[in-house]
Design a protein around this ligand. Structure first.
Ligand code: S3P
Length: 180
């Protein structure tokens, strides 16, 4: 590939979206290492800005307050120059239209997916996921996925992470987007 083409493919920020447990943070961290970019996570931005854990925010102030902070974190992604970051986003960030527009402006939006059994396996005890503190987390997950499905579909690229290692998913993304 010519140098010009390589530079063009590399000039975008990469924004990872997807349901909880689809591997956004793990894949984003590894991708940032391999592409020598900064890794940014909207949940982490929120925790830094508020001085509280995601769980604490939900418990003390509720979901609406969290979603407000999440929109601010989405806007913050636009402050990074293109080509500088790999960002992981909270699974519900796509619920607000304003956020979906912000993410599209912030970079190339990549959707990560995984099968339901794999999601359940990965999120285990739900420790950091207050929305799944339920008697029937499976029912809740199905309802949330149904509601979010049309929004998740507004991506540039989609990668299924089911049964794959983090490195394999990174290989696939690098190959498909020609990020070498
Ligand atoms: C949420 C997903 C979480 C976190 C919060 C709400 C959601 O992030 O933002 O608990 O609504 O799906 P992860 O997708 O990184 O688990």
């Amino acid at each position: 590939m010519s140098k010009d083409k390589r530079d063009k493919k590399n000039e975008y920020n990469i924004i990872l979206t997807g349901f909880m447990g689809t591997g956004k943070t793990a894949v984003g961290t590894e991708l940032a290492l391999r592409l020598e970019r900064k890794f940014v996570d909207t949940d982490h931005i929120i925790e830094i800005e508020t001085g509280m854990s995601i769980r604490e925010i939900f418990e003390k102030y509720g979901e609406e307050y969290f979603r407000e902070r999440e929109s601010e974190a989405a806007a913050k992604l636009l402050t990074y120059p293109q080509g500088e970051i790999i960002a992981a986003t909270g699974g519900g960030i796509i619920l607000r239209k304003e956020n979906r527009l912000l993410l599209r402006k912030a970079g190339m939006v990549i959707l990560l997916t995984a099968s339901l059994p794999e999601i359940l396996n990965r999120i285990g005890g739900c420790a950091g996921r207050p929305l799944l503190d339920q008697e029937h987390p499976l029912k809740k997950i199905s309802a949330m996925q149904k509601e979010r499905e049309p929004y998740y579909r507004e991506h540039n690229y989609c990668f299924d992470t089911t049964g794959k290692t983090v490195n394999r998913v990174c290989d696939e993304i690098i190959e498909k987007l020609e990020l070498y």
